[in-house]
Design a protein around this ligand. Structure first.
Ligand code: PRX
Length: 659
């Protein structure tokens, strides 16, 4: 699928306008006390990026030192070659030998209000016990373990336990359907599934085990299931299959808390995480150990200015990369106190997040623009009635943040005291790539500002010409430590997807961006067939496959539509098979069908039945025109269409429906 160029003149006009807006300079305190407060760091990192990253690597614990920082054979990178280390040692053992031993590592709150605090020592012991449980179930180094859990401490424990024995974790977000879980288990050939009886979301029970049981009807690689009880008592009745399913709490009871960590090669796999791409099949993004740990450690420390006194809360679910990197690996390597909350931000009332900030004295808060826009809609009275004075830094991730949301966040949550760091990165990049350093960077509402030191980004035209100022495609031109090492089981797709847009070994992000006079980056969203709905990444073809899987559907085309809160919403154009009558009932059924196939995050907002879809003479659906229809815009160039009447009709029908 060839990416389209981001639209030029309108975007330029908007950006000029934005540039005239206020710039927020770091305060004197921030300049003086931020961990990263030496402006020469950018130059130094650019002059010798390997030395720059090696300085951070040297702050971690290695059981064998590396002999070479980088071996770059585009598009294949090896970082800290020859070195050995273990992720769980760097997150735990390193801290339990110091005064951090009895400080809180995880402060967890369940949606119903249950609370647990695990000190570093508690977490260390439970991870070791869990690692021994995994061993007792036959898991060994290199085996894949699927994890399908609510946002409970056991999720972090399970990941770190895998890391401790060298097993590869593949966390599947608890909102995914049975089918999505099954596909991911099968793709990774996981031998163990770790799941729970259930979890809570908006006061409802999410019956994870029941969904997992459905997935497990077609997963021959799974030998055992480790079953966590979300809370004592038989809250969620579940089916326990004799010989296959094992209660976590029973096995943990007898497990030893002594589990030496497996020394891992820097390039040994740490995890796989599935994400959506431009085809129907999600990609298993592979991250390895050394570079990923260094990248997450460094960016957590500098972008969030993480200090011992901080209480760090990243609201992302651990099922997404943000949770992997900034709930688990980044903050724990830094010895931070991490807040985890299981449920919805508006449960039981719309100040739940602010209540949590107040209760635990959260100092650093990291969330997504979708959430911020929802807070805006709910009104300022909710944050206003809580004490948010502990906050000192705010972060944003996952989608472009509109300047209005940035300003609201700064004013009503940060109370004008807290810098806002907008952080751009991807599942593939492993860690933050473009973001301010709060003690150094002038902030512009809506801009992710500058690449992190040692990272080299570039705006390019489709033809590969670098754009010094203006809009284009966002490329990353040099390797970075946490970069993906591949797509699990599909080396050809890895090369094709990311490295063939241009022919000079440069990574194509799939995003459009604009760079201004000061070299600040403004992210404009995806330019490929990937949607970003409420910060969740979904491929249009993945959604289309789900729709055409329904017996009534002949063809489907999905496009994103701007949405006030979610950033984008899903609009599906569907043609039905001969003899099928398109009714409102069918529309609802199709929405449910997509939920069953993928999960609730993929529910289409709008289904429009069409007699025909606009196609080129060679039969390719022209999504660009469907986007124009869904966005209520004038139709773009229709000259290449086989039958221009199709799209005109569709536009009329759509407008009639909307009015
Ligand atoms: O389009 C960009 C958008 O999210 C995509 C990556 O999605 P995912 O792999 O799910 O990871 C999300 C969390 C890192 C990117 O290609 N994106 C992410 N952060 C930003 C963003 N767009 C604009 N501004 C951001 N700060």
């Amino acid at each position: 699928m060839s990416p389209t160029e981001p639209r030029g003149p309108e975007v330029d006009a908007l950006l000029n306008l934005l540039n005239e807006q206020r710039v927020f300079e770091p305060s004197a305190d921030w300049r003086a006390y931020a961990i990263a407060n030496d402006p020469s760091v950018y130059e130094r990192a650019a002059a010798d990026p390997e030395a720059f990253w090696a300085t951070f690597a040297a702050e971690l614990e290695w059981s064998r030192p590396w002999t070479q920082v980088l071996d770059w054979q585009p598009p294949h990178a090896k970082w800290f070659v020859g070195g050995q280390l273990n992720a769980s040692v760097n997150c735990l053992d390193r801290h339990v030998r110091t005064s951090r031993r009895n400080t809180a590592a995880l402060i967890w709150e369940g949606e119903p209000g249950d609370r647990r605090t695990l000190t570093y020592w508690d977490l260390y012991r439970q991870v070791c016990q869990c690692a021994n449980v995994l061993k007792s179930l036959g898991v060994t180094k290199g085996d894949r373990v699927a994890i399908y859990l609510p946002l409970i401490p056991e999720l972090a424990i399970a990941m770190l336990a895998c890391a401790r024995i060298g097993a590869v974790h593949s966390v599947v977000f608890g909102g995914f359907s049975a089918e999505a879980l099954r596909d991911r288990i099968n793709d990774a050939q996981a031998s163990l599934l770790i799941t729970a009886d259930g979890g809570y979301r908006r006061g409802q029970i999410v019956p994870l085990k029941q969904t997992a049981d459905e997935a497990l009807t077609g997963t021959p690689s799974i030998q055992n299931v480790l079953l966590v009880r979300r809370q004592p008592g038989e809250m969620f009745p579940v089916h326990v299959k004799e010989g296959r399913d094992h209660w976590y709490h029973r096995l943990m009871q007898d497990a030893s808390a002594d589990c030496p960590a497996e020394p891992m090669d820097s390039e040994d796999m740490l995890y796989i995480l599935y994400t959506s791409g431009t085809t129907g099949k999600p990609k298993g993004i592979v991250h390895t150990t050394g570079g990923y740990l260094v990248g997450t450690y460094a960016t957590t420390k500098w972008v969030f200015d993480l200090k011992d006194t901080d209480v760090f809360w990243c609201t992302a679910d651990i099922g997404w990369v943000t949770g992997h990197s900034y709930v688990v690996y980044g903050p724990l390597q830094n010895g931070a106190t991490v807040v985890m909350y299981e449920g919805a931000p508006d449960w039981p009332s719309k100040d739940r997040f602010w209540e949590i900030v107040e209760r635990y004295g959260v100092t650093i808060f990291y969330t997504a623009p979708t959430a911020i826009r929802a807070f805006m809609k709910w009104g300022t009275e909710w944050p206003a009635k809580r004490d948010l004075s502990s906050l000192r830094l705010l972060g944003s991730v996952g989608e472009p943040i509109n300047p209005e949301a940035w300003m609201w966040y700064h004013e009503h949550i940060g109370r004008r005291r807290c810098p806002v760091v907008d952080t751009w990165w991807q599942t593939e990049t492993g860690h933050i790539m473009i973001a301010p350093l709060p003690g150094l960077t002038s902030l512009k509402p809506g801009s992710a500002t500058k690449p992190f030191p040692g990272i080299v980004a570039e705006i390019r035209t489709g033809g590969g010409v670098a754009v010094a100022k203006g809009g284009g495609l966002l490329a990353l031109t040099t390797p970075w430590p946490g970069m993906l090492r591949g797509i699990y089981g599909d080396p050809a797709r890895f090369v094709d997807q990311y490295w063939t847009r241009w022919d000079d070994g440069v990574y194509f992000t799939g995003d459009g961006a604009h760079v201004d006079e000061q070299g600040d980056y403004w992210l404009l969203g995806r330019v490929d067939d990937v949607l970003n709905v409420a910060g969740h990444r979904l491929g249009t073809s993945e959604l289309e496959s789900a729709l055409v899987d329904h017996p009534a559907v002949a063809e489907a085309a999905v496009v994103g539509r701007p949405h006030e809160i979610k950033g984008q919403s899903i609009a599906a154009f569907v043609t039905v098979k001969e003899g099928i009558i398109a009714t409102a009932g069918l529309s609802d059924e199709l929405k449910e069908h997509v939920v069953r196939k993928i999960g609730a995050i993929a529910r289409p907002d709008q289904i429009l039945f069409a007699a025909d879809l606009p196609k080129t003479r060679s039969g390719k659906i022209m999504r660009r025109l469907l986007r124009d229809v869904a966005e209520g815009k004038a139709l773009g160039d229709t000259t290449t269409l086989a039958d221009p009447n199709v799209i005109r009709r569709l536009k009329d029908e759509y407008e009639a429906l909307e009015s």
